[in-house]
Design a protein around this ligand. Structure first.
Ligand SMILES: [Zn+2]
Length: 286
């Protein structure tokens, strides 16, 4: 809670940093130690001592939050707070793209048209030029995915998602599947919809244990990748994507004053097509 944010420096810990006061920054959600073996390898998002805002330390659903300088990147002048604070979830989509750079990706299925699914969909379209198929159980969410450029949308309540993916790819299956829902069922669908040699990226966290026909992975040499966070450099890539206009993070999100956040959370239980995700703004910003 409160791990996706941007802000203006109000005060600093050491006098030497006073020039930072008043400057605008976007924060990463993960604080890495910088010296463990994983950080030294460049996998700062997997830091052995990682701390996440809102989990291991105070999050940003507040007027002020304490942030180490090491997690900040400049907030570009031409981006609104509504856009800039969504660099972190978009960076998760950028990270999925970077994780699968080794594969040719012409077609991709995204399961789950919630915020993370829509970020992954747009990153795949913008960076890899992939044709995307988006599956969900909500027609409202699917309409957003279609407006954001999905080639096909599928309501999983009325369609066999894997069969439709195969029929759109001459019986082969898609190159890449992102499971942004994360149930046992969607993980099985993610494998069934894949072509031999393709990759399924599991990013959703809905359900932990599942049954799996493991030969479905072994015999057609399918890859299963897990992912959870993104690196600070990928937040910078996400900001550039927003600036380019290739990715839209604002038309389906809604700004709500921080003072009304309780009502905002209650509304998010029944999201509509223009408020799939809420952005809370402190009164100074509204
Ligand atoms: Zn570390």
């Amino acid at each position: 809670m409160g791990h996706e944010f941007c802000g203006i420096v109000e005060d600093v810990g050491t006098p030497a940093d006073r020039s930072l006061i008043g400057r605008r920054f976007v924060s990463n959600s993960v604080i890495s130690c910088g010296h463990c073996v994983r950080c030294r390898r460049g996998d700062t998002h997997l830091c052995a001592a990682r701390q996440v805002f809102g989990m291991h330390r105070a999050g940003a659903f507040a007027e002020f939050v304490r942030v180490p300088m090491s997690v900040l990147i400049p907030w570009p002048d031409d981006l609104s707070a509504q856009a800039a604070c969504l660099a972190e979830p978009l960076a998760n989509g950028v990270h999925v793209v970077n994780l699968t750079k080794h594969l040719p990706v012409h077609s991709a299925l995204v399961i789950g048209a919630g915020p993370i699914g829509l970020m992954c969909q747009q990153a795949l379209q913008a960076i890899r030029g992939a044709k995307t198929i988006v599956a969900d159980v909500s027609d409202g969410r699917l309409a957003v995915a279609q407006r954001l450029g999905a080639s096909h949308i599928l309501n999983a309540r009325s369609h066999d998602v894997a069969a439709e993916c195969r029929s759109w790819t001459e019986g082969e299956g898609v190159d890449l599947v992102v499971d942004a829902a994360g149930s046992g069922t969607t993980k099985r669908v993610s494998l069934a919809a894949l072509r031999p040699g393709g990759a399924a990226v599991w990013i959703g966290l809905h359900e932990n244990r599942m049954e799996l026909d493991s030969y479905e992975v072994t015999l057609p040499e399918k890859q299963v990748l897990g992912t959870y966070a993104a690196k600070k450099e990928e937040l910078a890539e996400a900001l550039v994507l927003m600036q380019s206009g290739k990715v839209d993070v604002t038309s389906w999100t809604e700004c709500i004053p921080l003072d009304e956040s309780v009502a905002g959370f209650q509304r998010m239980l029944h999201p509509g097509p223009v408020d799939l995700k809420a952005v809370f703004l402190p009164s100074a910003q509204t």
